[in-house]
Design a protein around this ligand. Structure first.
Ligand SMILES: Nc1ncnc2c1ncn2[C@@H]1O[C@H](COP(=O)(O)OP(=O)(O)OP(=O)(O)O)[C@@H](O)[C@H]1O
Ligand SMILES: [Mg+2]
Length: 291
């Protein structure tokens, strides 16, 4: 799995750097004449440094949540007060910017926790249709602004799914955000539960009538570390939104896999994309009750 390749790739990169520096330092100081003896310590020291840096960045990102929430709450209040048209526009733009930032912070923090195996599923029985409605409600304003219709199409017999409601909501939220970001006005986004998943599984889908994804990128888009060539290639071909970070689908993949499920895309450039999320139905909830 591509998201899982990264931890293995990082030490390999460090090892290469370490051996070059090891030889240079060793030869200069004469401490390790063959340039090999110093390597493990150097690698370990670089790894410790990397871990400290990662922890620091995570703490800073985490601490952004508080001030960001209070800015958003105040902007929310301001928006509800009497404002002139131009003032309202400024407040709305500021609010949307904060929401994007908040979304990015959440993705970053959750990816970090999942990569470190620090996430325990908080399972409950969820009605997928109700969860879709919650997401659609939150995205109503954005979809209106973009002129894109959001629709729910659910099978009547799929009413209860044992999942972590918070994680599933964030998966669907990310998929719908993408569907809106990569569609043109007058498009349509459909959230659905589908047949065909087989015994013990349920399949959810988010489809759009947007720009689509070329086949050569349909796997790489889920990989947090597939930046490099794929990312540049997509940028060059104009199939990444300006300011896109590339965290959303990596989060979706990790959160789906955390449930023992899988996620993939079927897409035709110029016609649209459908993202499928397949989840097991036999997980045992600790809590109970419909969402
Ligand atoms: N529905 C879609 N239609 C077309 N392209 C898509 C769609 N969803 C994702 N993509 C492509 O996959 C890339 C990765 O998506 P992902 O959600 O991981 O990151 P992002 O949207 O660029 O940034 P963010 O971290 O804010 O979500 C996008 O940049 C885009 O090129
Ligand atoms: Mg996204």
């Amino acid at each position: 799995m591509s998201a899982g390749k990264a931890p293995a790739a990082a030490p390999a990169r460090l090892a290469r750097k370490g051996s070059m520096r090891g030889r240079a330092l060793g030869n200069r100081r004469g401490a390790c004449p063959n340039g090999v003896a110093g390597e493990p310590e150097q690698i370990a020291s670089l790894q410790r440094l990397l871990e400290r840096k990662t922890t620091l960045v995570r703490m800073m990102v985490h601490d952004m949540k508080g001030p960001l929430s209070s800015i958003m709450a105040n902007l929310d209040l301001l928006e509800k007060s009497r404002l002139r048209a131009q003032e309202r526009e400024c407040v709305e733009t500021a609010l949307m910017g904060c929401q994007d930032l908040f979304h990015m912070v959440q993705n970053l923090l959750e990816i970090g926790k999942m990569e470190q195996g620090q996430v325990e599923l908080n399972l409950s029985i969820v009605d997928p249709e109700q969860l879709f409605r919650e997401v659609v409600k939150k995205m109503a304003r954005l979809s209106e602004q973009k002129g894109i219709r959001l629709r729910i199409e659910c099978r009547s017999d799929v009413r209860s799914l044992p999942v972590d409601a918070h994680l599933l909501e964030r998966i669907i939220h990310n998929l719908v955000l993408n569907a809106l970001a990569y569609s043109k006005p007058e498009g349509e986004v459909v959230l659905s539960t589908l047949d065909g998943a087989g015994e013990g599984k349920i399949r959810l889908a988010v489809s759009d009538t947007g720009i689509g994804i070329p086949p050569e990128y349909q796997e790489a888009i889920f990989d947090l570390y597939a930046q490099g060539e794929s990312w540049q290639g997509m940028k060059n071909r104009g199939i990444r939104a300006p300011g896109s970070v590339g965290l959303g689908l990596a989060f979706c993949r990790l959160a789906t896999e955390q449930h023992g499920g899988k996620i993939w895309v079927q897409s035709t450039p110029g016609k649209g994309s459908t993202f499928f999320v397949e989840l097991p139905t036999d997980l045992t909830p600790y809590g109970s009750g419909l969402m």
